[in-house]
Design a binder for this molecule. Structure first.
Ligand SMILES: [Zn+2]
Length: 635
């Protein structure tokens, strides 16, 4: 492997740095989000969410576990679930990206301090984990199916990669390398034939290999991917598919089982495929994801429709009131789509990222950044009930955003994505630049041939569909600038220095000898529209949804309106109203009856049609206890 120089990444940090592929990602130092929808969320993330996560992890003893492990306290004093180390690592990763984004010295010191804490628990042989191997604890690696040890190590490696790529080369990378070496020694070709019940070590090892040039880490990741799918883990009561151990990765046709596990494994498989030139493996995972998008994904981009095992349902099992759509699955799906976008250059994967960002990631976090959804339902039938801001929740579904859950994987996960978001917006291709997401951002980078280009992107997106990209610096000469026209955007127009032209969905490229001051303007038609489900999604047959650009809308009731009786007139197109969308709808008089079935279709008288205001789905449950629905039955 070719080795990058740790701590001197000229891009200012990127989560994924493939050595080959259609596109080269630009990093935090090349793309800065300066205003608008995502700048607000980045400020809240850095100003509240990271501290909120830290204070809960301190309060619950998850950070203290590292001190306790050094002190040899063992199981007696250990707090939290067996995977709580991973939440600390994810928080450190998020904080590291935040250091890269803001150059905050306070946050930098905090990462250094947490690194010292983590170091306390590392054994002389490199093993690092506070839940196993101590006095009174089960032996190391004695429960690969459920123990999450390698999963936790994966998050440690990802934190170290983030730290190193944002200028903090040093102790955390040393800790991660020793832990990775221990994994390779233990599970390598001459070691134990094992895999972790929760994938994550796979993409983490590949990224550490990309960072350090250490071939051994890549080989180990490949080994873990190849070992998966042979039913080597104990049979699970949800089946071997729960941990994607039912079918070898390259033979599977769709993602199945626990959604986050499946998506992390797919990320690792793409990474291994890219680094080893295994195009068959890459094609297999791409086909699995494509089929998952076609048959197992909610309108929001949310993945997972089974609460019991946090899992994908069978094809077209997508009931909105049982949408699990774990926030972590949204983050993981962004990670997978990003890897496939970089590898293939297929702009549809950027569409997927956009859908998930606006409808899962933006939905998950409260306005103040101190509460979040674990599951993201598409239909809240029972009014949410506010929860105390100082109490952790045990259940994951049906409630409002909560300050903390016993399993709080989602908060640091979404925090690391938001902190690093500017690294998911723009890439270079063979000759020029490609803009994938429309955000108020400044870009300053070098083309593949070394010439400098700086761009200023300004937009009111997603409220407004006009995107202006202005060249603010250039070394001269032409280069291609490619923008993405989302698949929903029929009638888009591209305005270039040489004229206007229609821009069909997909990538549109402007080739021009750009001078400073030149502008390219993309006009995306942002009209609200009805969206109809595939007839095989039985749970929403007879319903429509409303979307506007990438944003899914919903009906929310704060008072006594019964959204179960709502009927929308599909003959009247939805229209914009200030901050929302108006549809024509009525509430019907479906009263109580003893038996909800009968010999003829039930019809109920309804009030006259009237305007009903919908709001962006990501805005729901922010005004107090509410019921809500995305899919709306038609009259
Ligand atoms: Zn989660």
């Amino acid at each position: 492997m070719t080795k990058a120089s740790p701590g001197t990444d000229p891009t200012g940090g990127r989560p994924v740095v493939p050595s080959r592929g259609a596109l080269r990602p630009l990093g935090l130092g090349e793309v800065r989000v300066v205003d608008g929808f995502w700048a607000t969320r980045q400020r809240v993330n850095g100003g509240a969410t990271l501290d909120h996560g830290r204070s809960w992890m301190d309060k619950l003893g998850w950070t203290g576990n590292f001190t306790a492990a050094r002190a040899g306290a063992g199981e007696v004093d250990r707090r939290g679930r067996e995977f709580s180390d991973s939440e600390v690592y994810k928080l450190v990763e998020a904080m590291s990206w935040e250091v890269g984004r803001t150059a905050s010295t306070d946050r930098d010191r905090e990462v250094a301090e947490l690194t010292e804490l983590i170091a306390l628990a590392q054994a002389p042989d490199g093993y690092l984990g506070t839940a196993f191997g101590g006095p009174g604890q089960r032996p190391r690696h004695s429960d690969l199916a459920s123990g999450h040890e390698l999963y936790c190590t994966g998050h440690l490696l990802q934190a170290a990669v983030a730290r190193t790529r944002t200028g903090g080369a040093g102790p955390l990378l040393d800790i991660a390398r020793r832990a990775a070496d221990h994994v390779c020694d233990t599970f390598g070709p001459d070691g134990t034939w094992g895999i972790c019940g929760h994938p994550n070590i796979e993409p983490a090892l590949v990224e550490l290999a990309r960072l350090t040039g250490e071939q051994r880490y890549l080989d180990q990741a490949g080994l873990f991917v190849r070992r998966r799918g042979h039913r080597s883990l104990p049979q699970h009561h949800f089946g071997w598919s729960y941990y994607s151990d039912d079918v070898p990765v390259r033979q599977a046709t769709v993602l199945r089982g626990h959604a986050v596990r499946a998506l992390y494994l797919a990320c690792g498989a793409v990474d291994v495929a890219v680094e080893t030139g295994d195009d068959d493996l890459l094609a297999a995972v791409a086909a699995q994801f494509d089929r998952t998008l076609a048959r197992r994904t909610h309108l929001t981009g949310g993945m997972g429709s089974r609460h019991m095992d946090e899992a994908f349902g069978d094809d077209f099992v997508l009931p909105p009131d049982r949408s699990y759509s774990e926030t972590c699955a949204g983050v993981a799906a962004v990670m997978l789509a990003w890897r496939l976008l970089l590898a293939t250059g297929v702009s549809r994967y950027a569409d997927v990222i956009e859908r998930i960002l606006y409808n899962v990631v933006a939905t998950a976090v409260s306005d103040d950044g101190r509460a979040f959804f674990y599951a993201n339902t598409l239909h809240q039938r029972v009014r949410t009930v506010d929860v105390p801001t100082d109490e952790q929740q045990l259940g994951f579904g049906g409630g409002p955003r909560a300050p903390w859950f016993e399993v709080s994987c989602c908060l640091p996960n979404v925090a690391r994505l938001i902190a690093s978001l500017s690294a998911y917006l723009v890439t270079a291709d063979d000759e020029g630049l490609r803009i994938h997401q429309y955000v108020d951002a400044d870009v300053d980078t070098r083309l593949p041939d070394g010439r400098r280009v700086a761009l200023r992107m300004r937009t009111g997106y997603p409220d407004d569909g006009a995107v202006t990209v202005r060249v603010t610096a250039t070394d001269g000469g032409g280069f291609p600038l490619t923008l993405r026209v989302p698949e929903w955007a029929t009638g888009a127009v591209l305005v270039t220095p040489t004229g206007r032209r229609p821009a069909p969905p997909g990538p549109v490229t402007v080739r021009h000898a750009f001078a400073v001051g030149d502008e390219v303007r993309l006009e995306l038609p942002l009209r609200p529209r009805f969206t109809h489900p595939d007839p095989r999604v039985d749970a929403v047959r007879g319903c429509v949804a409303v979307e506007r650009g990438p944003v899914v809308y919903c009906a929310e009731a704060l008072a006594d309106e019964d959204l179960d009786t709502l009927r929308v007139d599909p003959g009247s197109l939805p229209v914009d109203v200030d901050g929302g969308v108006l549809v024509r709808a009525r509430f019907t008089a479906l009263g109580e009856r003893a038996w909800p079935y009968g010999p003829t279709p039930r019809r109920a008288p309804g009030a006259p049609l009237a305007g009903l205001r919908l709001l962006p789905y990501h805005r729901w449950a922010r005004r107090g206890p509410a019921t809500m629905r995305v899919w709306l039955p038609v009259t």
